[in-house]
Ligand binder design. Structure first.
Ligand code: GTP
Ligand code: MN
Ligand code: MN
Length: 415
């Protein structure tokens, strides 16, 4: 429910993790243009652009937390997170209905190409830039020969069109249920949580993020390898990479880079592309029966042209089709991005917060922990730098308690 915009200055907590930021809010008119400016800075990726991108995101994030629609620029003048540049953008939108700087970006062909290329699985801003420098303008210009060394990019390009359409909540739930049933057979008592945007209440997403754990620490070892084999037998896997855990207590305490700019962690995981049978995308209830009848016409893909993922579980046949041929083939499934993450139970609730996100909520939470509490927060845990001890958590609520924060529901972490 929208409240009234008061003439008095709103009291806004300093940190985003101290505020509730819902997915649906009142200020899209401003946050969308601000996030275009953020994206543009992020894609330019020059020295000072990271902090510019952050500044636009902070402004956007605080606007999302306001329980009313902003109609008057003066009510924002003392909000620290809305800097001079963002303030000018908001003012222009209030006065003219649009912001010229944003319009120019939206009409900039470079921005379009960068957005297109960096939306491909496995392609970041630096690769996208190189491609533009080669004179490539669209997907058709991409020369597969030049991509020889990255299996993700090869599959990402071949399946780009399909991976661009959103995953629905129903699809995500159905897939999660399949994984849950398979994992339960391997390791009874296992927990499989749908995290990421769906856990925050988003109706659609770009992938399915599943976090797996088991109350007996150590029993989760080996689970993912077996699970992947089972999913492979069910013809649900297109391609992917199984990464071993690289966690160690030293990493936990010393690797500061981890908690700040990047969101990377050291969990055992599989990031890849799965085959979702069309029958369950269209929505059906009797999932497992459906899966068992889809065996017939699925074609194996080839990774022959790529650098093989370090630890692969799928066997390749020499006469297998190329990714592009697989894409064009007649098939009864759609390609969907999937992340499977394994966390030992003693790290689970920190992992859950980390993999629920969103990214900006995490970044704020980690910065807040360091600056305000002198504690280091990652997806593996919380380390008190003053006392030199790790702080355990046996629920998500306890993670927030340990951080001296009011608990926020996942649906209020959409910064
Ligand atoms: P959509 O998938 O686009 O709907 O949004 P999302 O919020 O689910 O994004 P994404 O799937 O990229 O990531 C889910 C959450 O996991 C986000 O909060 C990310 O910050 C976090 N995340 C993504 N990759 C990693 C990683 O390698 N390590 C850690 N710790 N977190 C990650
Ligand atoms: Mn996601
Ligand atoms: Mn993901």
């Amino acid at each position: 429910i929208q409240e009234e915009e008061k003439n008095v200055e709103p009291v806004i907590p300093e940190w985003a993790c101290q505020r509730a930021t819902p997915f649906k809010h009142f200020n899209e008119q401003f946050t969308e243009p601000l996030e275009i400016l953020e994206k543009y800075a992020e894609l330019r990726d020059q020295e000072q652009d990271y902090s510019r991108a952050l500044a636009f995101r902070r402004a956007s994030c605080v606007l999302k937390s306001l329980p009313y629609k902003v109609t008057n620029i003066s009510s924002l003048k003392n909000i620290k997170d809305i800097g001079g540049h963002s303030s000018r953008v908001i003012k222009e939108i209030l006065e003219d209905g649009y912001c010229q700087e944003v319009e120019d970006i939206v009409n900039d062909p470079w921005f379009h190409k960068m957005k297109l290329f960096s939306s491909i699985f496995g392609v970041g801003p630096s690769t996208a830039k190189k491609w533009i420098e080669k004179g490539w303008n669209n997907l058709q210009d991409i020369n597969i020969e030049d991509l020889r060394n990255d299996w993700r990019v090869i599959w990402g390009v071949a399946f780009h069109e399909e991976l661009m359409d959103s995953v629905s909540r129903t699809e995500a739930d159905v897939f999660a249920q399949i994984v849950r049933e398979e994992a339960e057979k391997i390791l009874p008592g296992v927990s499989v949580v749908l995290t990421g945007g769906f856990r925050r209440g988003k109706p659609i997403g770009h992938d399915v993020d599943l976090l797996l754990t088991h109350p007996d620490v150590g029993s989760e070892i080996g689970l993912l390898a077996t699970l992947l084999q089972r999913l492979e037998e069910k013809e649900l896997i297109l391609c992917g990479n199984h990464e071993r855990s690289s966690f160690s207590p030293e990493v936990y305490q010393r690797d500061f880079k981890l908690s700040m700019r990047g969101q990377l962690d050291h969990f055992e995981k599989w990031l890849g592309i799965c085959k979702f049978p069309k029958t369950f995308i269209e929505g059906c209830s009797d999932i497992l029966t459906q899966i068992n009848v889809t065996k017939k016409s699925v074609i194996k893909g080839s990774l022959d042209d790529c650098d093989e993922p370090k630890t692969k579980f799928r066997k390749l046949s020499s006469k297998a089709l190329s990714p592009v041929d697989v894409f064009k083939s007649k098939r009864d499934w759609k390609a969907r991005r999937v992340d499977l993450i394994i966390s030992p139970f003693d790290q689970h609730y920190y992992a859950l917060v980390g993999w629920t996100g969103n990214k900006h909520f995490n970044r704020d939470l980690r910065l807040y922990s360091q600056r305000v509490l002198n504690m280091k927060l990652t997806s593996h845990g919380l380390y008190d730098l003053s006392k030199n001890v790790t702080v355990p958590a046996s629920s998500e609520k306890e993670v927030f308690e340990n951080l001296n924060l009011t608990f926020r529901e996942p649906s209020d972490r959409n910064c």
